[in-house]
Design a protein. Structure first.
Length: 256
């Protein structure tokens, strides 16, 4: 796809990099969430794993990296497939209402999104200049001045609770999110909440947040396969105050 210039934000698909018209790099939503996850010493983990299971630490690090890359590729293909299905259908049923899907909607040249027509917008580029933040949402649904966020997830599992240490308790995210359990469900809650927060700046009221988990499994031939139908649909609570706390900390610790 190359580079997409969109509303004074440039998204380089190959580098997965966001910049404004002046060349200032923006932090992606997923990168920002990763900043507040506890850091893991993967070399030490691989060394311990190799002692128990054989081979070297380098072998396991390389293998885990290949698995991660393959999973990302399979997930990306699935997202593209879902988007193409929507565009071909031309409409989408969302919360018992049919919304129009129109490819013309995805080449938005406005300076903001304050006057969007009702409908479904896929792979929608979002940004917030004040917080140097950007991201792409799988599905944004506009209904008058209400906005819904709908996402696809293709994990092998969705962790709903964090790791429990016998003496330290449940693993938490880093400050200022140090009261939040460090698990997949909470990471995605923050992600969708940030998408919703970015839409609020254009006058929309956040109505529904959800993501559809399409579980990835490995078939008998060792190939990763993603379920066509959602394994589970997670309804998400909008965490606006947490987002503001996170973004305020991010801005304060980001060189201007």
């Amino acid at each position: 796809m190359g580079s997409i210039i969109h509303n004074k934000v440039i998204f380089d698909d190959k580098k997965h990099k966001y910049t404004n018209a002046l060349g200032r790099e923006y932090t992606s939503v997923t990168t920002l969430i990763g900043k507040y996850k506890p850091k893991k010493d993967w070399k030490a983990i691989a060394t311990a794993y190799a002692k128990k299971n054989g081979n070297t630490a380098s072998y396991w690090l390389a293998k885990w990296n290949r698995i991660k890359e393959d999973a990302c590729a399979v997930g990306s293909d699935f997202h593209d497939k879902k988007e193409n299905e929507l565009l071909e259908a031309g409409e989408d049923l969302h919360f018992d209402k049919v919304y129009k899907v129109d490819s013309e909607r995805y080449v938005v040249t406005l300076d903001d999104y304050s006057d969007l027509s009702d409908g479904v917008y896929t792979e929608m580029l979002l940004w917030h200049h004040d917080y140097l933040l950007a991201g792409k949402a799988d599905k944004i649904i506009i209904d008058g001045k209400y906005v819904d966020v709908d996402d696809y997830k293709t994990n092998k599992e969705i962790d709903e609770v964090s790791y429990f240490h016998p003496t330290k308790g449940y693993e938490k995210m880093l400050s200022p999110l140090n009261k939040i359990n460090n698990c997949t469900l909470n990471h995605y809650t923050l992600q969708l909440s940030m998408y919703a927060f970015m839409m609020e700046q254009w006058g929309y009221t956040v109505r529904n947040l959800q993501f559809r988990w399409h579980q990835k499994i490995v078939d008998n031939n060792g190939n990763a396969v993603i379920s066509e139908e959602p394994t589970k649909i997670y309804k998400i609570e909008y965490k606006r105050s947490t987002v503001i706390r996170l973004l305020t900390h991010h801005l304060a610790t980001t060189p201007r």
